[in-house]
Design a protein around this ligand. Structure first.
Ligand SMILES: NC(=O)c1ccc[n+]([C@@H]2O[C@H](COP(=O)([O-])OP(=O)(O)OC[C@H]3O[C@@H](n4cnc5c(N)ncnc54)[C@H](O)[C@@H]3O)[C@@H](O)[C@H]2O)c1
Ligand SMILES: [Zn+2]
Ligand SMILES: [Zn+2]
Length: 377
C-alpha cells in the first residue's frame, strides 16, 4: 500500500510499504477515505519529537471497514467509521472512566496511545491506503447513513473537534462565560466553534495569521490580531479590565512571543494575565517533557518560566492533556448530523496522498490560506 513515511526532519515522502493487516481477532482493517494533517504532525515533522524515521504519519482517520477479526461483534464490513486519534482498550481503569486518552493497555508502560504518534506506541498511522485498528469494536465510531455526504465534517471527530470541545471543558466553560482562545490553528478554531455552540457570551481568538482569524470571525468569535502582552491588553480592554471567565491554550510548546521568537511560556503567561481571578485555563496545545532542539535550556527539559505567583494569587486553575475523544465523539456526531456543527468548514485543501508531502510543507510554513489539509488516499 502507499503511505506517507517520515524520513527525518522536514522530509516526508509517499512510499510503498507492506499492507496493513488484521493481526489480532479484535482488529479491523479500514480502507482510508479521508485522513488529515494535524498541527501535532508538525511537531514530529519538524524533528521536535522522538518520532522514528520510517514510520507512517496519520492519526485523524475515517474510512470503510473492509475486514474484521474473528473476535469482532459490533462493526461490520461496509460500515463507515471514524477513529479517535487515541487508541483505547475499553477495559482498563482509565478507559472505564472515559479517559481514553490515557489508556493503560494500548502502550504498555505509558498512559496513552495513538496512531502514527511519538511516544504513543507502535501503532502505524492512517495517512495510507489501509489502517489496522486495534480493539476495533471499542475504537470505531460507526457513522450514520449520511457518512459519505458529510465525510469532511465527520472526519474532524477523529481529533480537532473533540479536542477543541475538550479545551472548553478543561477550562470549565459554561453558557454565558467569556473565553479567550490562544491559537487560531485548526484546534483553536474548533475550540471557538465549540464555545459558540455551548453558548459563550464572548469568544476571543488570538493569533497573528489574518486568514485564520478571518475564519474565527466567521464562527462568531472576535479576532485578536496580536500575541503576548499586546493580546492581553486588547482582551482586558474588551472585558472592562476584568479578563475572561476562562481561557484555552491551543498552540503548544512551539508558541511564539510578540517578537515572533519561540518561547514555550508565552501562551501560558498570557492566559494567566487575560483570565479573571478564579478563572479556569484548559490546555490542549501539546507540551512535552524533553525537547532537545528547544531555544532555551529550560525548554530543553520541558520546563518554562511560568508566572506562578500571579496564577496562585488569582486563584486560577489549569487542566491539561490529550483529549479523550471517545468521551465526546458520539454527541458531536449528532451535532453534525443535525446541522448544528460544521467542523469541516475550516478545510482549505483537499489533496491526494501523492500531494501530501507538498501539503506538509505549506501547512508547516503556515502559508497564507493553508488552514487545514485533508488527504484522500
Ligand atoms: N490535546 C490534544 O488532544 C491535541 C489534539 C490535537 C492537537 N493538539 C495540539 O494543539 C496544538 C494546535 O494544533 P493546530 O493543529 O491548531 O496547530 P497549528 O500549529 O496549525 O496552530 C497553532 C497556531 O498558534 C499560533 N500561535 C503561535 N504562537 C501564538 C501565541 N503566542 N498566541 C496565540 N497564537 C499563537 C500560530 O500562529 C498558529 O496559527 C498543537 O500543539 C497540537 O499538537 C493537541
Ligand atoms: Zn491531530
Ligand atoms: Zn484502556
Amino acid at each position: 500500500m502507499k503511505a506517507i513515511v517520515y524520513n527525518g526532519p522536514f522530509d516526508v515522502s509517499v512510499k510503498n510499504v507492506p499492507d496493513a493487516k488484521i493481526v489480532r481477532p479484535t482488529d479491523a482493517l479500514i480502507r482510508i477515505t479521508t485522513t488529515n494533517i494535524c498541527g501535532s504532525d508538525l511537531h514530529m515533522y519538524e524533528g521536535r519529537t522522538s518520532f522514528e524515521e520510517g514510520r507512517i504519519f496519520g492519526h485523524e482517520n475515517l474510512g470503510e471497514v473492509i475486514e474484521v477479526g474473528s473476535g469482532i461483534e459490533r462493526i461490520k464490513v461496509g460500515d463507515y467509521v471514524c477513529m479517535p486519534f487515541n487508541v483505547g482498550c475499553g477495559f482498563c481503569e482509565n478507559c472505564e472512566k472515559g479517559l481514553t486518552g490515557f489508556c493503560l493497555t494500548a502502550n504498555p508502560g505509558t498512559a496513552g496511545a495513538a496512531y502514527g504518534f511519538a511516544e504513543m506506541g507502535a501503532w502505524e498511522g492512517g495517512q495510507a491506503e489501509l489502517l489496522r485498528v486495534p480493539f476495533a469494536d471499542f475504537n470505531c465510531l460507526v457513522l450514520p447513513s449520511d457518512a459519505q455526504e458529510k465525510e469532511e465534517d465527520y472526519v474532524m471527530l477523529s481529533d480537532i473537534f473533540p479536542t477543541g470541545w475538550h479545551a472548553t471543558e478543561l477550562a470549565g466553560m459554561r453558557p454565558g462565560d467569556s473565553v479567550a482562545i490562544y491559537g487560531a490553528g485548526p484546534v483553536g478554531l474548533m475550540a471557538a466553534h465549540s464555545a459558540v455552540i455551548k453558548g459563550a457570551s464572548q469568544v476571543f481568538v488570538v493569533d497573528t495569521h489574518a486568514d485564520r482569524l478571518a475564519l474565527a470571525e466567521k464562527m462568531g468569535a472576535t479576532a485578536i490580531n496580536a500575541v503576548g502582552e499586546d493580546a492581553v491588553e486588547k482582551i482586558l480592554a474588551l472585558t472592562n479590565g476584568r479578563g475572561t471567565d476562562c481561557g484555552c491554550e491551543c498552540v503548544g510548546y512551539q508558541c511564539c512571543n510578540r517578537h515572533g521568537h519561540e518561547d514555550n511560556s508565552a501562551t501560558m503567561n498570557s492566559l494567566v494575565a487575560s483570565t479573571k481571578a478564579t478563572g479556569g485555563i484548559g490546555v490542549v496545545g501539546v507540551f512535552i517533557p524533553q525537547d532537545p532542539n528547544a531555544a532555551s535550556e529550560l525548554a530543553k527539559v520541558g520546563k518554562m518560566p511560568f508566572d506562578f505567583g500571579s496564577f496562585w494569587f488569582k486563584g486560577q486553575s489549569i487542566r491539561t492533556g490529550q483529549a479523550n475523544v471517545k468521551a465526546y465523539n458520539r454527541q458531536l456526531a449528532r451535532l453534525i448530523a443535525t446541522g448544528k456543527a460544521q467542523p469541516g468548514s475550516i478545510i482549505s485543501h483537499r489533496l491526494s496522498l501523492e500531494e501530501g508531502p507538498d501539503g506538509y510543507r505549506h501547512f508547516d510554513d503556515r502559508d497564507d490560506g493553508w488552514t487545514k489539509v485533508i488527504l484522500k488516499p
